[in-house]
Design a protein around this ligand. Structure first.
Ligand code: ADE
Length: 214
Protein backbone atom coordinates (compact mmCIF):
# COMPACT_ATOMS: atom_id res chain seq x y z
CA UNK A 1 0.00 0.00 0.00
CA UNK A 2 2.91 2.35 0.61
CA UNK A 3 5.20 1.35 -2.26
CA UNK A 4 2.97 3.06 -4.85
CA UNK A 5 2.71 6.52 -3.26
CA UNK A 6 6.40 6.53 -2.31
CA UNK A 7 7.73 5.44 -5.72
CA UNK A 8 6.00 7.95 -7.98
CA UNK A 9 6.35 11.54 -9.05
CA UNK A 10 7.59 14.22 -6.63
CA UNK A 11 8.02 11.88 -3.66
CA UNK A 12 10.21 9.56 -5.72
CA UNK A 13 12.22 12.47 -7.09
CA UNK A 14 12.79 13.83 -3.56
CA UNK A 15 14.29 10.49 -2.53
CA UNK A 16 16.36 10.23 -5.74
CA UNK A 17 17.74 13.73 -5.09
CA UNK A 18 18.65 12.73 -1.51
CA UNK A 19 16.29 15.30 0.03
CA UNK A 20 14.49 12.68 2.11
CA UNK A 21 14.81 9.02 3.08
CA UNK A 22 11.63 7.00 3.51
CA UNK A 23 11.86 3.53 5.02
CA UNK A 24 8.85 1.25 5.45
CA UNK A 25 8.94 -1.49 8.07
CA UNK A 26 6.80 -4.58 8.48
CA UNK A 27 6.01 -5.15 12.16
CA UNK A 28 6.04 -8.90 11.47
CA UNK A 29 9.84 -8.59 11.30
CA UNK A 30 9.81 -7.86 15.05
CA UNK A 31 7.69 -10.87 16.04
CA UNK A 32 9.20 -13.92 17.71
CA UNK A 33 6.72 -16.71 16.87
CA UNK A 34 6.71 -18.78 13.68
CA UNK A 35 3.37 -17.37 12.60
CA UNK A 36 4.68 -13.80 12.96
CA UNK A 37 1.67 -12.75 15.01
CA UNK A 38 1.12 -9.02 15.40
CA UNK A 39 -2.43 -8.98 16.78
CA UNK A 40 -4.48 -10.70 19.45
CA UNK A 41 -8.00 -10.74 20.91
CA UNK A 42 -8.90 -7.75 23.06
CA UNK A 43 -9.23 -8.11 26.82
CA UNK A 44 -12.84 -7.57 27.85
CA UNK A 45 -14.23 -9.48 24.89
CA UNK A 46 -14.94 -6.86 22.23
CA UNK A 47 -15.13 -7.80 18.55
CA UNK A 48 -12.04 -7.36 16.38
CA UNK A 49 -8.32 -7.73 16.93
CA UNK A 50 -5.84 -5.47 18.66
CA UNK A 51 -2.23 -4.91 17.60
CA UNK A 52 0.13 -6.21 20.27
CA UNK A 53 2.61 -3.99 22.06
CA UNK A 54 5.70 -6.25 21.83
CA UNK A 55 6.47 -6.08 18.07
CA UNK A 56 5.73 -2.34 18.07
CA UNK A 57 7.95 -1.76 21.11
CA UNK A 58 10.82 -3.78 19.62
CA UNK A 59 10.54 -2.04 16.26
CA UNK A 60 10.45 1.47 17.74
CA UNK A 61 13.32 0.70 20.15
CA UNK A 62 15.47 -0.59 17.30
CA UNK A 63 14.76 2.47 15.15
CA UNK A 64 15.44 4.78 18.11
CA UNK A 65 18.82 3.10 18.65
CA UNK A 66 19.79 4.15 15.10
CA UNK A 67 18.48 7.75 15.03
CA UNK A 68 16.93 10.41 17.26
CA UNK A 69 13.29 11.03 16.41
CA UNK A 70 11.49 14.35 16.74
CA UNK A 71 8.04 12.75 16.77
CA UNK A 72 6.63 9.24 16.87
CA UNK A 73 3.25 9.60 15.25
CA UNK A 74 0.31 7.20 15.42
CA UNK A 75 -2.34 7.47 12.69
CA UNK A 76 -5.77 7.41 14.27
CA UNK A 77 -9.18 9.00 13.80
CA UNK A 78 -8.81 10.22 17.42
CA UNK A 79 -5.78 12.35 16.51
CA UNK A 80 -5.39 16.01 15.67
CA UNK A 81 -6.82 16.57 12.19
CA UNK A 82 -3.99 17.03 9.70
CA UNK A 83 -3.69 20.39 7.97
CA UNK A 84 -1.15 22.56 6.15
CA UNK A 85 0.21 24.15 9.34
CA UNK A 86 0.91 20.69 10.75
CA UNK A 87 2.51 19.55 7.46
CA UNK A 88 4.76 22.64 7.45
CA UNK A 89 5.77 21.96 11.05
CA UNK A 90 6.55 18.28 10.42
CA UNK A 91 8.56 19.15 7.31
CA UNK A 92 11.05 21.09 9.47
CA UNK A 93 11.82 17.95 11.50
CA UNK A 94 14.81 15.70 10.97
CA UNK A 95 13.37 12.25 11.66
CA UNK A 96 9.84 11.04 12.30
CA UNK A 97 8.27 7.62 12.72
CA UNK A 98 4.70 7.04 11.59
CA UNK A 99 3.08 4.01 13.14
CA UNK A 100 0.09 2.77 11.14
CA UNK A 101 -2.79 1.40 13.16
CA UNK A 102 -4.79 -1.60 11.96
CA UNK A 103 -7.67 -3.83 13.02
CA UNK A 104 -9.31 -2.31 16.12
CA UNK A 105 -6.18 -0.30 16.84
CA UNK A 106 -3.07 -0.78 18.94
CA UNK A 107 -2.82 -1.85 22.58
CA UNK A 108 -3.48 1.40 24.42
CA UNK A 109 -0.15 1.17 26.26
CA UNK A 110 1.54 1.95 22.93
CA UNK A 111 -0.37 5.22 22.75
CA UNK A 112 0.31 6.05 26.38
CA UNK A 113 4.02 5.24 26.42
CA UNK A 114 5.59 5.05 22.97
CA UNK A 115 3.79 7.63 20.84
CA UNK A 116 4.38 11.39 20.98
CA UNK A 117 1.58 12.53 18.68
CA UNK A 118 -1.62 11.21 17.05
CA UNK A 119 -2.78 12.45 13.65
CA UNK A 120 -6.11 11.94 11.91
CA UNK A 121 -6.61 12.73 8.23
CA UNK A 122 -10.35 13.36 8.69
CA UNK A 123 -13.51 12.36 10.48
CA UNK A 124 -14.00 8.97 8.85
CA UNK A 125 -12.57 5.54 9.56
CA UNK A 126 -10.08 3.81 7.25
CA UNK A 127 -9.30 0.10 7.32
CA UNK A 128 -5.72 0.88 8.27
CA UNK A 129 -3.34 3.73 8.86
CA UNK A 130 -1.23 3.17 5.74
CA UNK A 131 -3.22 5.50 3.50
CA UNK A 132 -3.19 8.13 6.26
CA UNK A 133 0.60 7.70 6.58
CA UNK A 134 1.00 8.07 2.81
CA UNK A 135 -1.06 11.27 2.83
CA UNK A 136 0.82 12.75 5.79
CA UNK A 137 4.17 11.84 4.20
CA UNK A 138 3.22 13.31 0.83
CA UNK A 139 2.08 16.59 2.40
CA UNK A 140 5.30 16.84 4.44
CA UNK A 141 7.84 15.78 1.80
CA UNK A 142 6.56 17.92 -1.08
CA UNK A 143 7.29 21.15 0.82
CA UNK A 144 10.89 20.26 1.71
CA UNK A 145 12.99 22.92 -0.07
CA UNK A 146 14.23 21.65 -3.42
CA UNK A 147 11.46 19.09 -3.76
CA UNK A 148 9.20 21.00 -6.09
CA UNK A 149 11.10 22.51 -9.02
CA UNK A 150 9.58 25.95 -8.69
CA UNK A 151 10.13 26.85 -5.01
CA UNK A 152 7.40 29.46 -5.09
CA UNK A 153 4.91 26.84 -6.15
CA UNK A 154 4.61 25.16 -2.72
CA UNK A 155 4.20 28.52 -1.01
CA UNK A 156 1.34 29.50 -3.32
CA UNK A 157 -0.60 26.29 -2.60
CA UNK A 158 -4.06 26.50 -1.17
CA UNK A 159 -4.04 26.84 2.65
CA UNK A 160 -0.56 28.35 2.93
CA UNK A 161 -2.17 31.66 4.01
CA UNK A 162 -5.39 30.03 5.17
CA UNK A 163 -6.64 30.96 1.70
CA UNK A 164 -7.61 28.77 -1.23
CA UNK A 165 -5.40 29.13 -4.32
CA UNK A 166 -6.71 31.20 -7.26
CA UNK A 167 -7.85 29.37 -10.43
CA UNK A 168 -5.18 28.50 -13.00
CA UNK A 169 -5.40 28.30 -16.79
CA UNK A 170 -3.17 27.27 -19.69
CA UNK A 171 -3.35 27.29 -23.49
CA UNK A 172 -5.51 27.57 -25.52
CA UNK A 173 -6.78 30.97 -24.39
CA UNK A 174 -10.18 30.07 -25.81
CA UNK A 175 -11.73 26.62 -26.01
CA UNK A 176 -15.30 25.82 -26.98
CA UNK A 177 -16.18 29.50 -26.47
CA UNK A 178 -14.81 29.39 -22.89
CA UNK A 179 -12.21 32.11 -22.44
CA UNK A 180 -9.40 32.68 -19.98
CA UNK A 181 -9.89 35.79 -17.75
CA UNK A 182 -8.46 38.63 -19.93
CA UNK A 183 -6.27 40.02 -17.10
CA UNK A 184 -4.13 36.86 -17.24
CA UNK A 185 -3.34 37.59 -20.90
CA UNK A 186 -2.60 41.29 -20.29
CA UNK A 187 1.06 40.97 -19.32
CA UNK A 188 0.42 43.45 -16.46
CA UNK A 189 1.85 41.55 -13.51
CA UNK A 190 0.72 44.03 -10.86
CA UNK A 191 -2.85 43.64 -12.09
CA UNK A 192 -2.46 39.86 -12.34
CA UNK A 193 -1.28 39.66 -8.70
CA UNK A 194 -4.21 41.84 -7.59
CA UNK A 195 -6.63 39.60 -9.50
CA UNK A 196 -5.12 36.44 -7.94
CA UNK A 197 -5.39 37.86 -4.41
CA UNK A 198 -9.00 38.90 -5.00
CA UNK A 199 -9.84 35.46 -6.43
CA UNK A 200 -8.26 33.73 -3.43
CA UNK A 201 -10.25 35.81 -0.99
CA UNK A 202 -13.52 35.47 -2.92
CA UNK A 203 -13.15 31.69 -3.31
CA UNK A 204 -12.24 31.21 0.35
CA UNK A 205 -15.21 33.32 1.53
CA UNK A 206 -17.57 31.41 -0.75
CA UNK A 207 -16.21 27.84 -0.50
CA UNK A 208 -14.42 27.65 2.87
CA UNK A 209 -15.57 30.52 5.11
CA UNK A 210 -14.37 28.46 8.11
CA UNK A 211 -10.73 29.11 7.04
CA UNK A 212 -11.22 32.87 7.34
CA UNK A 213 -12.42 32.51 10.93
CA UNK A 214 -9.25 30.66 12.02
N1 ADE B 1 -6.91 5.14 10.75
C1 ADE B 1 -8.20 4.85 10.55
N2 ADE B 1 -8.90 5.95 10.25
C2 ADE B 1 -8.02 7.00 10.25
C3 ADE B 1 -8.13 8.38 10.03
N3 ADE B 1 -9.29 8.96 9.73
N4 ADE B 1 -7.02 9.13 10.11
C4 ADE B 1 -5.84 8.55 10.42
N5 ADE B 1 -5.67 7.26 10.65
C5 ADE B 1 -6.75 6.47 10.58
Amino acid sequence: MLDGPFSESIIKRAQDKGLVEIHTHDLRDWTTDVRKTVDDYPYGGEAGMVMMIEPIYRCIEELKSQRDYDEIIYTSPDGKTHNQVQANHLSTMKNIIILCGHYKGVDHRVRENLITMEISIGDYVLTGGELAAAIITDSVVRIIPGCIGDEASALSDSFQDNLLAPPVYTRPSEFNGWGVPPVLLSGNFAEIDKWKDAQSIERTQRLRPDLMEE
